[in-house]
Design a protein around this ligand. Sequence first.
Ligand code: ATR
Length: 278
Amino acid sequence: MKKWYAVIGDPIHQSMSPFMHDQWLEEQKLDATYIPHHIRPEHLGEAVESLKRLGCSGWNVTVPHKTAIIPLLDEIDETAKKMNAVNTVEVLPDGKLKGYNTDGSGFVYALEEKFGPACSKGNVLVIGAGGAAKGICFGLLNKGYGPITITNRTLETAEELAAQLPQADVLSLKEAEQEIGKFDLIVQTTSVGMNFADAGMPLNPASIQAGTIVADIIYNPLETAFLRVARENGAKTINGVGMFVHQGAIAFEKWTNLPPNTEKMIEKITEKLGGISC
Ligand code: ATR
């Protein structure tokens, strides 16, 4: 019987996961498809029940369901538990549902695919303290990166996140701006800079040093203003396409036991978004 996978979210029309997973399923010659479903928060319970009953083999979960889905699953992997967020559901052989979060490890895989394993063992600055920042902090700490400093517009949120990590410092955006030159790896996780090439920056990156690795998790535009200034300063930059592809690749491998081609997919998505990779 033809297998099927899915992604659920609200909204969902913007998701590039169907494009990516359908290509991987085809490349691996699997008789399967991947379908986006627009599910409103009030229908999440019914949706999960339906996915189960209709034989879905696994699905991705996106905004706003990543936390709300947890009580509807049978098992939650340790990282997803710590993050209190699930982005991937696997249907186990006995029909039970297991939730994972592949965002943080997806980020680290993307970073290491581009810059090599253990590419930065120095000071890390994470800009932002939302769900994405949390996943990335856990992903980095799991792989031995750090020490981590968190900076955020709302200082209390940064302090709350820091308190959940084994060890992390907190700086205001102003302080981070002044000290930005001392960091070896800088990760921009806020939504500032999204959708428009001149959409602003969370802090002034003018003092970023040459050789620093600077990541922005945004992929539309492919190069945010923040990343452009960092590149012009001589930093080694990476946009959010790699993280997106690798979080999906980990899910794909869990579902199929087959490793998808991530490098080719990064090229394809970059091309689709109309640009040159950075
Ligand atoms: P996600 O799950 O994608 O990380 P989120 O949890 O809403 O989304 O977090 C968004 C992050 O972007 C937060 O760190 C937020 O800062 P606040 O905690 O102060 O809200 C940050 N952010 C959003 N808009 C911002 C802006 N205009 N300037 C600076 N930071 C902003």
